[in-house]
Design a protein around this ligand. Structure first.
Ligand code: FAD
Length: 388
């Protein structure tokens, strides 16, 4: 029987599967995912941050639904009748800025967030030093503080959605999509690496940073490319107060993780494409000096390990592209371009895609401005809020 074929079973694919199943349509979809361990997927390699620190109301509302779902995740994803543990670590987010122009941007974003009912505040350097005594606040003019934001275990989030979707009857096929059979208007079949061909009523491409290559196979051009981002885990014996996920003025960010901290740095000037090598000296030459400058107790840290993952970076405007391929094959859908904010949007994208597939329109949160139409029109929808 022809079905909706979901390509990629990580946070987006499994959230769509969960929402379709909860709407009573588990039998109408199939999820294709090559790797049930999700070793290379971006989601488990992410920082796990869930924040309402955006400048666009759609992004605030998507992350708000993300927070609601993740705060209640153990109960919602319960399969055996005994919810396991899933923590939403509400340590907050902090975005530091310098210079009048950047102060004006965070103040503007804070006003949008407050108007959406989000109780974020802009702190000046003195208030920041008082709130977090471990910071050296030199060179900082203001910081947007989001006390209700936090982070989760991203691998557990993927597995939670997947496990629940399967328990509700969704079929996952272990395989890799390598092509499509299409006529002039529609995709008819999805071709797997094994040679198997699956009839498809509709196709939803949520293959993360691998998604643009799949779009290319049917001739759809998306302004999205893989961008490598490294993460470093370190520990220190020094005692510090609980810290929010903090982004410094130079782009270096860090947050608490278990007995230590993770730190990262997004270099948008890096060549795009998949690259699994950690840049030599990046930690020693850029990240550590920055950390030690901002938190002098980090002078004595010990680097324990590092890894990298890939953003699906939308280089047009850094924002989500969701919906059918406007002007192209009518049953080919995408959700891509999440850059550094897809984990928190996963629940909302699952809900939104389910609404599109079942009703042909959004029913809760209107994401029309994020359709492919703006790519055709070359009209960027720029997000001025926190970008990781
Ligand atoms: C270092 C780092 C830090 C981040 N920090 C955050 C953060 O703090 N907060 C936040 O919200 N977001 C963060 N992100 C972004 C977030 O991880 C992504 O936006 C999100 O994981 C995207 O989910 P996805 O399901 O689209 O893609 P992925 O998680 O990458 O999953 C794509 C899936 O598609 C599968 N696939 C690939 N090719 C095929 C094929 N041909 N056929 C079938 N399946 C295929 C893959 O196996 C994979 O499982 C971060 C990302 C990185 C790299």
């Amino acid at each position: 029987m022809a079905k909706t074929v979901i390509i990629g079973g990580s946070i987006m694919g499994s959230s769509i599967a969960y929402h379709m199943a909860m709407a009573g349509h588990a039998g109408d979809i199939v999820v294709i995912e090559p790797d049930p361990s999700y070793e290379w997927a971006a989601a488990p390699r992410s920082s796990g941050g869930v924040r309402l620190m955006h400048g666009l109301p759609e992004n605030i509302e998507m992350s708000r639904y993300g927070q609601e779902v993740y705060k209640d995740f153990a109960r919602l994803m319960d399969v055996d009748g005994e919810p396991g543990r899933f923590d939403f670590k509400e340590y907050g987010y902090l975005s530091m800025v310098a210079g009048a122009e950047n102060v004006a941007i965070v103040e503007g974003n804070c006003r949008v967030q407050n108007a959406q009912g989000v109780p974020n505040v802009v702190l000046d350097a003195a208030a920041l030093a008082k709130r977090f005594p471990s910071f050296n606040v030199q060179g900082i003019d203001a910081a947007l503080h989001a006390p209700g934001d936090g982070f989760i275990d991203p691998h557990a989030a993927v597995i939670g959605f997947r496990r629940k979707a399967i328990s509700l009857g969704v079929e996952y096929i272990q395989g890799k999509v390598v092509g499509f059979d299409a006529n002039d208007t529609k995709v008819e079949r999805v071709v797997l690496e094994s040679g198997r061909r699956l009839d498809a009523d509709r196709v939803v491409n949520v293959a993360g940073a691998w998604g643009p290559a799949l779009c290319n196979m049917v001739g759809m051009k998306v302004p999205v490319e893989p961008l490598q981002r490294e993460t470093f885990y370190f520990e220190t014996r020094a005692e510090l107060e609980d810290m929010p996920l903090t982004k410094d003025v130079d782009g270096v960010s860090f947050r608490q993780e278990g007995a230590g901290y993770t730190a990262g740095f997004t270099r948008k000037d890096k060549p795009s494409g998949f690259n699994w090598d950690i840049e030599p000296d990046l930690f020693d030459k850029i990240i550590w000096p920055s950390l030690a400058n901002r938190v002098p107790k980090f002078e004595s840290l010990k680097l324990m390990r590092s890894w990298c993952g890939h953003y699906a970076l939308n280089h047009m405007d850094g924002n989500t592209i969701i919906g059918p391929w406007v002007g192209g094959l009518e049953n080919f859908y995408v959700a891509t371009g999440f850059s550094g904010a897809g984990l928190q949007k996963g629940p909302a994208i699952g809900r939104a895609m389910t609404e599109l597939l079942l009703h042909g329109e959004y029913q809760t949160l209107d994401l029309s401005r994020m359709s492919y139409q703006r790519v055709i029109d070359n009209e960027p929808l720029v997000e001025t809020g926190f970008t990781a």
